[in-house]
Design a protein around this ligand. Structure first.
Ligand code: 13P
Ligand code: SF4
Length: 367
């Protein structure tokens, strides 16, 4: 648990009966609750969720798709979000007041989202606008708290996902000369580089030391990258790519753009989880892949495509630990709570924050 608001919202102890139940019992119970709750219940599931959980999702998707379904799905009173905290917050912001968004385990946070907090961002903005004047527009990856989205919305910026980062960054550069990109330096760098911004026109803002890390001529700076990263994707390293190129040169390397610039540049293809799935689905039998993304997704692709050879770019990779907090016992318990009329683990974004965050999200969904 990392987020300040999560420290206050303590995850209730899962009753022992759920811990001791067999998978068969839990599966039967979840199916029964889904049947009983009918269209009053909607379960979105991110591609990184475990198979045990994703099998019950009414809709699966990458972050952009899940934001879109949340915005469009107005019938269900209960949205049990199988993903991480920032996704549930986005769903709460986009759904109407009669809908409750519930996260089966409050410990399902995101270490990257926790790398930018409200206080750090306000302080950075003050210093950066002193240095660069009114020439900066903020963009934030959706993997950020509602507070950060609100900050961005308030300052005329927008959210981005790995599916639309390029479009959104082009838009941002049509508004202002410089972009402050939060909180993932890698997605920011990879996207800006694809748009033709050279590395020497990008700097890293260190929120702990409160300074720009490089000693660069300020006038040249176009991209200010927040010093954050994904603790899962940082485990794909350039030596993994080099090793494969040498020992298995026919294997295609396909990575998520949360990987570093070096890894992304050296790979054959890079894109969101949806893009990764599509590349594998349309590839001919016999294609060999090495995939640089979260392990639950890589394993699922491997299982669903026995006609291809699929492995992780890092053979020692683990799943995203926070995504993995959502498991069958927590899902079953949550549905039992909903059925009993209790809104346990509801994610409710403060109204003022939600209004400003929605400005940033809507600017993205409009494009
Ligand atoms: P996408 O599914 O949008 O590619 O995002 C990956 C991710 O890290 C979600 O936490
Ligand atoms: Fe956050 Fe990385 Fe896990 Fe995605 S994979 S939820 S960015 S820690």
């Amino acid at each position: 648990m990392f987020k300040t608001d999560l420290f206050q919202a303590v995850q209730p102890q899962l009753p022992d009966s759920y811990k001791h139940a067999t998978d068969e019992e839990l599966i039967e119970r979840v199916q029964e609750r889904k049947r009983q709750l009918g269209t009053d219940l909607f379960i979105p599931g991110h591609h990184y969720q475990k198979d045990d959980v994703i099998r019950f999702a009414d809709e699966t998707g990458d972050s952009l798709q899940l934001a879109q379904v949340s915005a469009n799905y107005q019938e269900a009173s209960y949205i049990v979000f199988c993903g991480v905290h920032f996704m549930a917050e986005t769903a709460d912001i986009l759904t109407n007041e009669n809908q409750a968004v519930i996260l089966p385990d409050l410990r399902a946070g995101c270490s990257m989202a926790d790398m930018a907090d409200k206080r750090q961002t306000e302080r950075a903005w003050r210093q950066l606008t002193e240095l660069f004047g009114d020439s900066i527009i903020p963009l934030t990856y959706v993997n950020s708290s509602a507070d950060i989205k609100a900050f961005v919305g308030r300052h005329g910026g927008a959210t981005v996902t790995s599916s639309n980062a390029k479009t959104m960054m082009e838009w941002a550069f049509s508004q202002k000369k410089r972009v402050l990109f939060l909180p993932d330096q890698h997605l920011g760098r990879n996207t800006a580089y694809d748009l033709g911004v050279p590395l020497n026109e990008m700097v890293v803002w260190n929120p702990i030391e409160e300074k720009i890390e490089e000693d660069t001529e300020l006038e040249k700076v176009k991209m200010i990258l927040w010093k954050g990263h994904c603790s899962v994707h940082e485990n794909f390293r350039i030596d993994h790519v080099n090793h494969l190129r040498k020992n298995d040169p026919d294997r295609k390397i396909l990575v998520h753009p949360e990987c570093s610039w070096e890894v992304t540049q050296a790979s054959d293809l890079a894109g969101s989880t949806k893009y990764i799935i599509e590349q594998v689905e349309k590839a001919p039998a016999g294609t060999k892949w090495s995939i640089g993304t979260e392990m639950n997704l890589v394993k699922r692709l491997e299982k669903n495509h026995p006609e291809q050879s699929i492995e992780s770019l890092n053979p020692e990779m683990c799943p995203c630990l926070t995504m993995n907090r959502i498991d069958l016992p927590h899902l079953c318990w949550t549905l039992d709570e909903v059925y009993a009329g209790r809104l346990t683990n509801q994610i409710k974004v403060d109204e003022k924050v939600a209004v400003e965050a929605k400005l940033a999200i809507d600017r993205m969904l409009k494009r």
